[in-house]
Design a protein around this ligand. Structure first.
Ligand code: FMN
Length: 210
């Protein structure tokens, strides 16, 4: 049950370095992440899957020593496009056209409208918009990890400039947004393990207008 999976998961603080996540489970998480919806289907991000120990050690240093990045077996680094360009939007248009029987006039018109909107923005506005799409994928990845009974910790607690440098993201027109280590919770040493989940009361979160 989805609710059971969501109650099972928590932002794991201490992972067990002796238990790597099987590649099949990582693939299932990536499959789900890839299916996350995004604005106009742009998917304006890339996800780096890091297992290399040296790179993970550098990421830990960039994340103020958060040990899940080295104790877990895989680190997903979500990096958003640093701006929207004609070439990037056209790439999405052409791939969509190729998958759906051609870049018809209707398809061209839709993507022209999109470019008219997006290409007038500043790079900072572009990145903010792209980063919002990343968070949808992050949410889906967190749920998928829980379904796989794989522990995952969403992380914004890192210096983005350092992470960008470690992965050479600027050269790729990308900027790091959020990081997610995957692993298995350690049997001891995690102050959060076993703590009750705290969420705001439904009456504070939900307003029904019937
Ligand atoms: C966008 C985002 C960034 C977060 N950054 C960190 C982080 O850097 N380090 C960490 O240990 N937890 C981080 N968390 C975990 C949250 O503190 C945690 O999800 C929240 O308190 C709810 O608890 P739960 O996930 O255990 O249910 C982050 C969560 C989100 C969604």
């Amino acid at each position: 049950m989805l609710i059971d999976d969501l109650n099972w998961r928590y932002a794991t603080k201490k992972m067990d370095p002796a238990q790597p996540v099987p590649e099949g489970k990582v693939a299932a998480i990536l499959d789900a992440l890839r299916l996350a919806p995004t604005s106009s289907g742009l998917q304006p991000f890339e996800v780096f899957v890091v297992t290399d120990a040296d790179t993970r050690a550098k990421l830990t240093a960039a994340a103020y020593g958060q040990s899940q990045l080295t104790d877990g077996s895989h680190v997903l680094v979500f990096a958003a496009w640093d701006n929207y360009t004609e070439a990037r939007v056209d790439m999405v248009r052409d791939e969509t056209g190729a998958a759906r029987g051609g870049v018809t006039d209707q398809v061209k018109e839709y993507y022209q409208g999109l470019k008219d909107r997006l290409l007038g923005q500043t790079p900072a506005e572009d990145f903010e918009h792209a980063a919002r799409q990343v968070y949808i994928a992050l949410g889906v990845a967190l749920v998928a990890a829980a379904e796989q009974k794989v522990d995952a910790t969403p992380m914004e607690g890192f210096d983005p400039a350092q992470v960008d440098a470690v992965l050479g993201l600027a050269d790729k027109g990308l900027k790091s947004v959020v990081v997610m280590p995957l692993g298995y919770r350690a049997s001891e040493g995690d102050w959060l393990a076993g703590q009750v989940k705290v969420r705001r009361d439904p009456s504070q979160l939900f307003t029904r207008i019937d």
